[in-house]
Design a protein around this ligand. Structure first.
Ligand code: ZN
Length: 217
């Protein structure tokens, strides 16, 4: 029998099951839908669910149970998080020291600042190569997407991009910069991406596999 992690009942008309980035089983059902029918549906889909779960779990990163002692994925390496008695956020030798007060808040504001610096630098680098200029670079708290480019050519990157290796950050940067010329995902858009990053397809697959990174902090 399939173990369901979350049920969502709403005004939808049909029953659906999906496996999220961590391999959890999410069932979406119309309000008042009989449990018996959900169970039958899950049994019928069992093989598919187990296969999807395995694939997701193979790439899922370990999520933190506490901040202290967690090895945060960071630019293709890890940063060991330590809560200490000091007042300042301090980084050294692969360790990030965080104050006891407002620990998570301080961590996230450090990540946002660092993400802005990294994303600005990578965007500047690729702008030079691609011959485009974006209006502004900002950092967002998005949990569902790595980056976006507005109609006014402002690019936003989620600060969680810091958890990915630089070659994958670069894929997001090139992708968003290509949107300055093409505001869609047409064949010409992908040609533009491929012109500057011939191996973009494999980077895209790798980034997709790492989507569980978006679930950390
Ligand atoms: Zn896009």
């Amino acid at each position: 029998m399939i173990q369901v992690d979350e049920y969502h009942y709403s005004r939808r008309k049909t029953l659906a099951v999906c496996i999220d980035t961590l391999g959890r089983v999410i069932v979406r059902a119309p309000k008042g839908y009989p449990q018996k029918k959900i169970n039958d549906f899950l049994s019928a889909k069992q093989d598919w669910i187990l296969r999807r779960q395995q694939a997701k779990k193979a790439y899922a990163v370990p999520l933190p149970t506490s901040i202290d002692g967690y090895r945060l994925p960071y630019l293709g390496d890890t940063l060991l998080l330590r809560v200490y008695e000091g007042q300042r956020v301090r980084e050294g030798d692969g360790v990030l020291y965080l104050p006891q007060k407002d620990t998570e808040k301080r961590l996230i504001s450090w990540l946002k600042k660092r993400a802005l610096a990294v994303c600005r630098a990578r965007t500047d680098f690729w702008q030079g190569i691609m011959g485009v200029t974006c209006k502004d670079v900002k950092v967002s708290v998005a949990k569902r997407k790595w980056g976006s480019c507005s109609s006014k050519d402002e690019i936003r990157y989620t600060y969680r991009l810091l958890y990915a290796p630089v070659p994958l950050i670069d894929y997001v940067v090139v992708h968003e910069l290509a949107h300055i010329r093409h505001k869609n995902h047409s064949a010409s858009f992908w040609r533009e991406v491929g012109k500057y990053m011939p191996d973009y397809a494999s980077r895209r697959v790798q980034l997709h596999r790492l989507s569980s990174l978006l679930e950390i902090f």
